[in-house]
Design a protein around this ligand. Structure first.
Ligand SMILES: C[S@@+](CC[C@H](N)C(=O)[O-])C[C@H]1O[C@@H](n2cnc3c(N)ncnc32)[C@H](O)[C@@H]1O
Length: 267
């Protein structure tokens, strides 16, 4: 009897905590939306270009925003991203708010309606076991075609994708690779980056290892919109049909945001 009462009261207590916790899931999307809002308004840029702590009214006039509404957003960001100075309604930059500037293209890509819509189709991936079916990949369920075909016909998404991935390589993955295992590039005369996007990765690698010639290999729509870089040749093609010859191939697999996995295959 006593045991049943203890169990019941434990359950009730946990249920009360769950009522609070469930709101995290109800409103989780709001955090990403607020970040996107900060990027679109360029709040971090305004704080950074001021060079020292900046008041709410200074940010409002720099960004042409309503002060009371901007205050609500800043209140949300204080302790999460920006630092509030002891003077009330005065803010300064932190390493994280500075990253809102440097990582903006990646945040914009991952929070774009095109990408978010595919996440909303995640359950289809779990229900369909046939990996060859069109219904197997959330992106295809959402948009009726694969991400590469979609990018080929949607130039704005193609640009956003290239910029987002280029930013990921420049700010996050390549500094880690160069710092932790840069010596793997010693002795390599030519390197082909398979699925190299707009060539950002190779442009950084050939600068760091100037003896190396870079071949950026990607689908035609990605290569045709790429910038020219010294020491990098762009080659358009499908890796399922051929890969240009080089001393080594570099392959940064899709969605390697957290696991930087580099395969250097000496030929
Ligand atoms: C996730 S992105 C990686 C881009 C770049 N390596 C990076 O890490 O920033 C994958 C790249 O593979 C390219 N890709 C996909 N299928 C391909 C194929 N069959 N042949 C060549 N490139 C392909 C895409 O166009 C895209 O640029």
């Amino acid at each position: 009897m006593e045991e049943t009462i203890t169990k019941e009261s434990k359950w009730k207590k946990e249920e009360e905590e769950a009522k609070i916790q469930i709101y995290k899931y109800v409103f989780d999307f709001a955090e990403a939306a607020a970040i996107k809002c900060a990027i679109e308004l360029k709040i971090a840029d305004a704080v950074e270009s001021h060079g020292r702590s900046i008041t709410l009214s200074q940010i409002s006039s720099a960004l042409n925003c309503s002060p009371p509404l901007l205050f609500r957003i800043m209140r949300f960001f204080v302790r999460r991203i920006f630092k509030e100075e002891t003077t009330a309604r005065s803010y300064s930059q932190t390493p994280l708010s500075h990253m809102l500037i440097t990582v903006a293209p990646l945040l914009v890509l991952e929070n774009s309606p095109t990408i978010v819509e595919s996440w909303h189709n995640l359950s289809a991936r779990l229900k369909n076991n046939d990996s060859t079916s069109d219904l197997s990949v959330p992106f295809e369920v959402a948009h009726g075609k694969g991400i590469w075909s979609y990018a080929a016909t949607n130039l704005e998404f193609n640009r956003m994708f290239n910029e987002g991935l280029g930013c990921n390589a420049r700010v996050i993955t390549l500094p880690t690779i160069l710092e932790s295992c840069g010596d793997i590039f010693n002795g390599i005369g030519s390197l082909v980056d398979v699925g190299g996007g707009n060539g950002t990765t190779l442009s950084i690698l050939v600068k760091a290892f100037p003896w190396m010639k870079g071949i950026n290999f990607d689908l035609p729509n990605f290569v045709s919109t790429s910038e020219e870089y010294n020491g990098v040749e762009h080659v358009a093609g499908n890796m399922l049909h051929f890969v240009p010859n080089a001393d080594a191939a570099f392959f940064m697999p899709i969605f390697s945001r957290f696991l930087t996995m580099v395969c250097i295959l000496h030929k």
